[in-house]
Design a binder for this molecule. Structure first.
Ligand SMILES: [Zn+2]
Length: 77
């Protein structure tokens, strides 16, 4: 992954996804950080990585508008 010709910030983002260390509200709560336990985009009761990338209606709309909706479904499995 580090050999990919993509911006360093994107490499770090992908690395965080692969290691499941994105600071979602669920992860912050596990670390005792005071945050509202809801998705800031749709107000769902939990913001997990699965919700952030696949289940959130905002994410679904982004996948649909990108033309990569099938890729999103494939990656979610
Ligand atoms: Zn959401």
């Amino acid at each position: 992954m580090w050999a990919l010709q993509i911006p360093p910030k994107l490499k770090l983002f992908v690395w965080q996804i692969l290691h499941r260390i994105l600071p979602t509200t669920e992860a912050l709560i596990e670390k005792w950080v005071l945050v509202l336990p809801r998705c800031p985009m749709c107000c769902a009761e939990s913001e997990t990585m699965e919700h952030l990338f696949w289940e959130c209606p905002v994410a679904a709309a982004l996948w649909a508008s990108s033309g990569l909706e099938h890729l999103g479904h494939d990656l979610s499995r």
